[in-house]
Design a protein around this ligand. Structure first.
Ligand code: AKG
Length: 294
């Protein structure tokens, strides 16, 4: 894609807009261009090795990896995810603020939007773990999950082989689902009987393409057993008007048949003493179009 809008009002045509409403997701090809993809890859590589200082970036390793045993250039191949990096890298900030992406989101949700979460999921070759079936809204205590949208942007070709996103079309219309907590917050998952696995669709993407998805969409990524990299950045935005809420309000959305809390904002048992998860909500930053990359 050349970054030109083809629809009358923006980059999405009316079928893509209808797909977002009906299926809970749509694909925006060329959400960011090749130059910005390359700059994002460089930024992730630099943050992993330490060549770019991490002032706000947080890094989580794949399970069982001993950070102390890794040379700087080896780290990227053992990292599960990066978070809160847009203040550390102009390129990653520009991807979050990509004009073509936001023109598409304007079509879906209207104008007036905040970035509240940024992460990169790098699922390293051979050891990249699965992300179980979940709804992103299970992680956010908010008034209205419909005002949240996720954009998952591939930096490498993402395929079934290396663990691309898989989704259950239309699952967002079923509302909040019961999630089972886990000591590792990243493994919190929808109760198995509630996932329509037979309907799953693998969303294969080329670098720069974005999966744009509703925060109640059931989605999953498989382990990466291949020798291929599968790096992606993922941004979450909410429209103006959304309110951050208490655990009690979240329980009213995410609860089991007995009324017990069934979201992912409370850790079941701490993994490491002293490293207990504390829910912090989002970090709201206004969306301001990044110029000069298209
Ligand atoms: O990219 C991945 O492997 C999983 C992304 C995802 O679904 C998430 O972080 O919520």
């Amino acid at each position: 894609m050349d970054g030109m809008d083809t629809g009358a009002r923006g980059p999405l045509d009316e079928d893509q807009v209808a797909a977002y409403r009906r299926d809970g997701y749509t694909v925006l090809r060329g959400a960011i261009g090749p130059r910005l993809v390359a700059a994002c890859v460089d930024a992730i590589t630099g943050l992993a090795s330490g060549a770019i200082p991490s002032r706000s970036t947080e890094i989580a390793l794949e399970a069982g990896v001993d950070a102390a045993s890794l040379r700087p250039e080896e780290r990227q191949d053992h990292i599960r995810k990066f978070a809160w990096f847009v203040e550390d890298s102009e390129a990653l900030h520009a991807a979050a603020m990509a004009p073509r992406l936001h023109r598409a989101l304007d079509q879906l949700l209207g104008e007036g939007r905040f970035l509240f979460q940024d992460m990169a999921l790098v699922k390293p070759p051979r050891i990249g773990g699965a992300k179980p079936w979940h709804q992103d809204a299970a992680y956010f205590r908010v008034s209205d999950p419909g005002l949240i949208v996720g954009a998952w942007i591939a930096l490498d070709p993402a395929s079934r082989e290396n663990g691309c996103m898989e989704v259950i079309p239309g699952s967002h219309l079923d509302g909040p689902a019961v999630h089972l907590p886990h000591a590792d917050m990243n493994q919190c998952e929808i109760r198995a009987d509630l996932v329509r696995r037979d309907d799953r669709v693998a969303v294969e993407l080329q670098p720069g393409d974005a999966l744009v998805f509703h925060s109640l969409l059931h989605h999953y990524t498989a382990p990466n057993r291949s020798g291929l990299r599968r790096r992606a950045v993922q941004f979450h935005y909410h429209q103006a008007g959304l309110r951050w809420q208490s655990l009690e309000v979240h329980r009213r959305q995410f609860h089991d048949e007995a009324g017990a809390y069934a979201g992912c904002t409370v850790q079941s048992v701490p993994t490491t003493p002293g490293k207990e998860f504390v829910y912090k909500g989002g970090r709201q930053r206004p969306v301001v179009a990044a110029e000069g990359w298209e």
